[in-house]
Design a protein around this ligand. Structure first.
Ligand code: GDG
Length: 724
């Protein structure tokens, strides 16, 4: 039976040292709840750090035993690993970079080395437990290298990865000296999940620009696997928050707080101590509210809970000082004998008290500078069982993509934030109810259990896809079967790509004309009227006509734009225009000017930038740039940008080799189909054909939808000869 292994930096139980013993505190965090039903299942396990430094072997042994009783396997970190891997690379390099605070990021080689070493340590811990076909779900930024490490050791495992924090724009990623290693590390997974589509888009862009791998429909083809990329917005345990909020205990706590606050109206703020959460900015906005709207003085209090976190990292210590100072200044300026503007707590609360605060607050301020998702926003909504209250939410929290009925603000705009607080305090109850009800429905439906199920189901699907996509080398046995099927068929359709398939590439495309051997081969194949031989190429029709037009072949030219059934005239796939060329050509010309050896091919209904003759590295870099540039320029038009073998082509969308090949299928209704091709554009042909077709990819490197592969045009010719 295959098992599921969860891996994250922290275990869902926190082990703490007291004066004379160790305590084991189960986490109430969303992840622990959501995955609880998985890791506790028979045979499954959660691998992670227990959260404290352990020196004595006997103590380690004790922790291992205690945790294993609850399906957990601890990975112990040394003091220097805690410093360099955890506080260092994870929290002083990756965290600030991914949250758009590059000014706080450090780039220490020693921290990087510790990061690699600890990822290897986690890898060894997982490998001790994982069988060859198990499912492994890796979490978060501390373990970006782990998927690839696991993949090398267990090529057949199903590996998922989820990032809980934002994935930033390429401009941030490129600042990291180890960007390629980090991205490659993630790509060891079969499925990579993010909270939002925006993060996913940034990831795909970084992979394209750093590693030169492009994607289609959220799928990336690496050398030997397909990686699926998708957005899975994480939810919370809605029922639990709703139930606790409705409980007698929570109501009692609420009543106590209300009395102690002399019935002041409450704005609530809850976060871990972190510069990404915008805590200081929020305090300044509250100050502006009191300045601009004196009527709220003595009426409204801000309750601010800051949970201690990462105080060993320098920025966190100075942020703490800044907050202390701001709270002190605002309180000392505005407080009265009976009213305190800000009730500030630097500690955490048990869930029931937290829930009472959610109940009590009329307004929740969730205004991070950047936040992967932010669960506090969703917990507030789930706790509002009386369906009133207003959520003020930063547009830069992942949650803002879902909770559009919140008051969405820009967290750096202090004035806007102060206005939003005022608006929230005066919002009519009816409007509050309307907004809250729709947010509650959403948070209830997409809860953490739904999130877990979605991810796990998608991960299983990625595996099926991986298996069905396994392109096999064409063996002599498979060739014999293919030949036998060919002989037995009445009508046979052969779809043959030209460059890289029938003919090897030439640096100058016009020099790749057919040789005598190829001409004789095609002649022999077409001599039999049962064989319908189609040349299916990206080339212009004139070249194909000149080179091969004397043979009784069918033609598909310009990737499906021009069609010529045998002994008929050339016809367009559909009526087309060329007006767009005047806008696109100057862009390509700019890239020709900057990339020696590249040139433009002007076909009837498409423009192609060729870079086979350019310096390899420069060509690849420029190709990425041009691809982005053109994709941007052609969005919302009828054009599409396609990548081929050392070419980038722009043409009308919806026409490709596959749509053209479909016409031949309909016309001949063949009982044997063979398709041969070497590049991305041939994948469209493969996709359009029925499962029983013989689809054969020429060359290796990138994954293909084809069933079989052969190494080179020489083998293609041998195969075709065997059909004669
Ligand atoms: C990372 C990403 C993403 C806070 N104070 C108390 C308390 N909490 C709980 C909250 C909430 C959790 O801590 C904080 O979760 P967030 O999502 O807000 O933020 P991060 O810790 O930064 O989490 C974030 C998340 O991963 C999940 O993917 O949403 O964007 O940064 O659950 O309730 N809990 C208790 N007492 C407190 O005083 N009991």
């Amino acid at each position: 039976m295959s098992r599921t292994i969860i891996v994250s930096n922290r275990l869902p139980t926190k082990v703490q040292r007291t004066a004379d013993s160790l305590t084991f505190q189960p986490s109430e965090g969303g992840l622990a709840t959501g995955l609880g039903s998985i890791y506790r299942q028979e045979g499954n396990v959660w691998v992670g750090w227990p959260g404290l430094f352990v020196e004595a072997a006997a103590e380690e042994q004790y922790i291992v035993e205690e945790l294993s009783a609850d399906s957990m396997a601890p990975v112990f970190l040394t003091e220097s690993e805690i410093r360099d891997f955890y506080e260092g690379f994870s929290n002083s390099t990756l965290w600030p970079t991914f949250h758009y605070f590059p000014q706080y990021a450090t780039y220490e080689q020693a921290h990087w080395e510790a990061y690699v070493a600890v990822n290897e340590k986690f890898c060894r811990a997982v490998l001790e437990l994982a069988g060859p076909e198990d499912t492994i779900w890796v979490h978060d930024y501390q373990l970006l290298l782990l998927p690839e490490m696991l993949r090398k050791a267990r090529p057949d495992c199903t590996i998922g990865f989820f990032l809980h924090i934002p994935f930033p724009s390429y401009e941030l990623v490129r600042a990291l000296p180890w960007r390629s290693e980090l991205l490659r590390g993630m790509l060891g997974a079969d499925l990579i999940g993010f909270h939002t589509f925006g993060y996913m888009r940034h990831f795909l862009s970084a992979v394209s620009q750093v590693l030169g791998l492009s994607s289609q429909n959220g799928q990336l083809e690496t050398a030997n696997r397909t990686v699926l990329i998708d957005a899975f917005p994480m939810g919370i345990d809605y029922q639990r928050y709703a139930q606790v909020a409705a409980s007698e205990r929570a109501r009692q706590h609420e009543a106590e707080y209300r009395a102690a606050l002399h019935n002041a109206r409450v704005i609530l703020s809850i976060d871990r101590l972190d510069y990404s959460k915008g805590i200081a900015e929020r305090l300044r906005a509250f100050e502006v509210l009191l300045q601009r709207y004196p009527e709220w003085r003595e009426q409204v209090s801000l309750i601010m809970v800051v949970v201690p976190s990462r105080d060993q990292v320098a920025q966190y210590a100075s942020l703490k000082e800044e907050i202390d100072e701001l709270v002190g200044r605002i309180n000392s300026q505005y407080r009265t004998i009976t009213w305190t503007p800000i009730h500030y707590f630097y500690r955490s609360f048990p869930l029931e008290e937290l829930s009472a605060l959610y109940r009590l607050a009329e307004v929740a301020l969730v205004t991070p500078m950047r936040d992967g998702m932010n669960l506090v926003a969703k917990e507030f909504v789930a706790s509002k069982v009386e369906t009133r209250g207003v959520l003020i939410l930063s547009e830069r929290a992942g949650a803002a993509r879902e909770l559009s009925d919140a008051l969405i603000i820009n967290p750096t705009d202090t004035a806007q934030l102060a206005e939003a607080m005022h608006d929230a305090l005066v919002m009519p109850e009816e409007e509050q109810e309307h907004r809250m009800a729709s947010m509650r429905a959403l948070v209830q439906q997409y809860d953490v259990f739904a999130w877990t199920k979605l991810f796990i189901d998608r991960l299983a699907y990625s595996k099926i896809k991986q298996l069905t996509l396994a392109t096999e080398q064409l063996t002599p046995e498979a060739t014999a079967q293919l030949t036998a099927n060919f002989q037995a068929a009445e009508q046979r359709l052969l779809l043959l790509d030209y460059d890289g398939t029938l003919m090897p590439f030439h640096n100058l495309p016009q020099r790749a004309q057919p040789d005598q051997e190829l001409l004789l081969l095609l002649q022999a194949l077409t001599a039999n009227p049962q064989n319908h031989v189609v040349i299916i190429s990206g080339r212009d029709r004139t070249t194909l006509q000149n080179w091969l037009g004397h043979l009784p072949l069918d033609f598909i030219a310009e990737h499906g734009v021009w069609l010529r059934p045998v002994r008929e005239d050339w016809q367009l796939f559909q009526p087309l225009n060329n007006n767009w060329k005047q806008d696109i050509r100057p862009i390509m010309e700019m890239y020709v000017a900057r990339t020696a050896g590249s040139f433009i091919e002007d076909k009837d209904y498409s423009l192609v930038w060729h870079y086979r003759r350019a310096d390899v590295e420069l060509g690849d870099v420029r190709a990425r740039e041009l691809l982005n540039h053109l994709t941007f320029m052609t969005s919302n038009t009828e054009l599409q940008v396609m990548e081929g073998n050392k070419v980038i082509e722009v043409k009308t969308a919806g026409i490709n080799k596959g749509t053209a090949a479909a016409r031949w299928l309909a016309a001949y209704n063949p009982s044997f189909i063979l398709a041969l091709g070497d590049d991305r554009t041939d994948e469209d042909t493969f996709r359009a054909l029925p499962n029983e077709a013989y689809t054969i990819k020429v060359g290796s490197g990138v994954r293909s939808l084809a069933r079989f592969s052969v190494a080179s045009p020489t083998e293609v010719r041998n195969l075709l000869r065997s059909l004669l």
